[in-house]
Ligand binder design. Structure first.
Ligand code: HMG
Length: 395
């Protein structure tokens, strides 16, 4: 195919599948433990429960569980690149994607890489994938976002924890969503949220992080319009990064104000209402969050075929991107709504003591032989740590 023809090919998200954890902590349990009014969680931040990984689950097992149905449906042909985006990395050198590549049985003629920029990195992965497919439409790229969000126990951030992985197959003539150019970009060096290498839990200045997010919404939208993007009124819905679902509402009100629209709450609900259903019960899944918003929208909306959707991907520190996609007519035949609902519903609730024990669980760092408790009923598990090596197995 000539370069010109390649540029005309529609590229975007051909398939999307997500996975989350074995356990779930309802916010009523957290509220009862710390004496908080549950309404603060349910209405104040818009969260009802958070996914909690079992001792034998991590970003690799979730990523493989999310991607396995995609590979089952489409096969491995044409997948020459796997991009795994995460900020809860398990190794400073080896990409978590290489473990996932192995668990999925992908061919050796594959490039695999891990990307990091807080919650934003999956969108960078998506853009890299679009570029690869535009230059060679026969290729397909597996982009996986997988994260475990962990804050200190008894800190304000604790109620916004969560965990999930989203796998997306990026291809020409996609079945779900065509991604468009341009993108609006924004970067600012802020210390709103970060996690030094020696810490398991993130450090955060909550109010500053909200302010930094809102500034990034404005900045990326400004660039989007300067690059010739769509008018705000054209969008059927908006998928925001949702560290807690009320953040999407704050962000959208900011955008409407910035665009001089005033804030009509019915419009805000119309624009966002269907995007929060999974994040509301899963919690912050960092890189996966904005794509869980897309999954919730597609799984619940009346036919969106032909309608544009806006995306605001934000990662603390901070980087943001506003971009648009158009839903492909007939997309509903390709959704995984039942499997997504099952992934949420299959989780087993834990009590507060069990949640705390899981939060505090970590492998000894002595290089010895450590078998992991067998807890997950998911398709992949972290079986052991041996000589500092993580041993995964298929259940
Ligand atoms: P907090 O101090 O626990 O809560 O921190 P608060 O006092 O700010 O209250 C939260 C909301 O609940 C407020 O509403 C209260 O009014 C309301 P708002 O004024 O914001 O509209 N409220 C109630 N509502 C109903 N009934 C009640 C009640 N009581 C209070 N009884 C905070 C909240 C989000 C700051 C904290 O959870 C935190 O630090 N979270 C982590 C940081 C975070 O999520 N930041 C979001 C932006 S940064 C981002 O998105 C990036 C990130 O995902 C990381 C990455 O990029 O990698 C975090």
């Amino acid at each position: 195919m000539s370069e010109e023809m390649a540029h005309e090919t529609a590229v975007g998200i051909h398939d999307l599948s997500f996975a989350t954890t074995e356990f779930v902590l309802p916010h009523t349990v957290l509220a009862a433990h710390n004496g908080t009014d549950p309404a603060k969680y349910h209405h104040g931040i818009g969260q009802r429960s958070m996914s909690v990984p079992a001792a034998d689950e991590d970003i690799v097992t979730m990523a493989a569980a999310a991607a396995a149905p995609v590979v089952r449906r489409h096969g491995t042909d044409g997948i020459r690149t796997v991009v795994l985006a995460t900020e809860s990395s398990i190794d400073q050198a080896k990409s978590a994607g290489v473990y996932v590549h192995s668990l999925l049985g992908l061919g050796s003629a594959t490039r695999v890489v891990e990307l990091k920029q807080a919650c934003y990195a999956a969108t960078a992965g998506l853009q890299f994938a679009l570029g690869l497919v535009r230059s060679d439409p026969a290729q397909r790229v597996l982009v996986i976002a997988s994260d475990v969000s962990k804050y200190e126990l008894d800190s304000p951030g604790e109620a916004t924890q969560g965990a999930a992985a989203v796998a997306m197959l990026i291809a020409a003539d996609p079945a779900l969503l065509t991604i468009e150019e341009p993108s609006g970009l924004f970067t600012a060096d802020v210390m709103d949220f970060w996690r030094p290498n020696y810490r398991e839990a993130a450090l955060v200045d909550g109010q500053e992080s909200i302010g930094a997010y809102l500034l990034a919404v404005q900045g990326s939208w400004k660039d989007y319009t300067e690059q010739g993007g769509r008018d705000l009124d054209e969008f059927a819905a908006f998928c925001y990064h949702q560290p807690f679902t009320k953040m999407a509402y704050k962000a959208h009100r900011q955008l409407l104000n910035y665009c001089g629209h005033g804030v009509d709450e019915d419009r805000v609900t119309r624009d966002l209402g269907l995007t929060t259903a999974y994040n509301n019960v899963i919690g912050n899944s960092y890189t996966a969050s904005v794509y869980l918003a897309l999954a919730a929208l597609l799984d619940q909306a009346d036919d969106l075929g032909g309608r544009p959707v806006g995306f605001l991907s934000y990662g603390s520190g901070s980087v943001a991107e506003f971009f648009a996609g158009t839903v492909v007519p007939g997309y509903r035949d390709h959704l995984r709504t039942a499997a997504h609902r099952a992934a949420v519903d299959r989780r087993t609730p834990v009590d507060h003591a069990r949640y705390r024990a899981l939060h505090q669980y970590s492998f000894p760092a002595d290089g010895g032989d450590h078998i992991t408790p067998a807890e997950t009923t998911g398709p992949f598990r972290l079986a052991a740590l041996r000589g500092h090596k993580r041993i995964y197995e298929t259940s």
